[in-house]
Design a protein around this ligand. Structure first.
Ligand code: 5GP
Length: 142
């Protein structure tokens, strides 16, 4: 049986506005914000508002709107940082590397020859996250 969803997880708090985030996109069903421990410049998290731990317990109806925004953000971060490519990552349960138990997709701009930094590594400076968020919002045309 799937583990229960915990509404006290950090992304649920971000979705409820209880803790701050650098939001770059929001619609009725999906939010995107900057990862505080980016694995590369412009590392963005795309998060459905509907509660689920991960892909194992999510309502399949979540995926259409979620992946429409994942694509939108992939295009935006590639443009914002003049990247060569974009990596998507998505983890399910601790054994896979998941650390926050609300479904999300990582969208990371990639540059030829530049490896990813470690997962959940170092905190980025708030002003750098704010500057990068501004570039993504500009690329989205907001
Ligand atoms: P996971 O391992 O669950 O796929 O990834 C969780 C991600 O959330 C990690 O990349 C980590 O850096 C990021 N993260 C953890 N805590 C916070 C937070 O409080 N705010 C934001 N914006 N990102 C977080």
């Amino acid at each position: 049986m799937a583990e229960a969803y915990d509404p006290g997880n950090i992304f649920a708090k971000i979705l409820r506005g209880e803790i701050p985030s650098q939001r770059v996109y929001e619609d009725d069903s999906v939010v995107a914000f900057m990862d505080v421990m980016p694995q590369g410049v412009g590392h963005t998290l795309v998060v459905p508002k509907a509660p689920s731990r991960n892909i194992l317990d999510a309502d399949p109806a979540t995926f259409g709107p979620l992946f429409a925004v994942v694509q939108k953000m992939a295009v935006a971060v590639k443009k914002a940082f003049n990247a060569d490519g974009v990596t998507l990552m998505q983890f399910n349960e601790p054994a896979s590397g998941q650390t926050v138990f609300h479904l999300h997709v990582h969208v990371i701009p990639r540059f030829e020859g530049v490896p990813l930094k470690p997962h959940s590594g170092q905190m980025e400076k708030p002003e750098v996250l704010a500057e990068n968020a501004g570039k993504i919002r500009a690329a989205l045309g907001n």
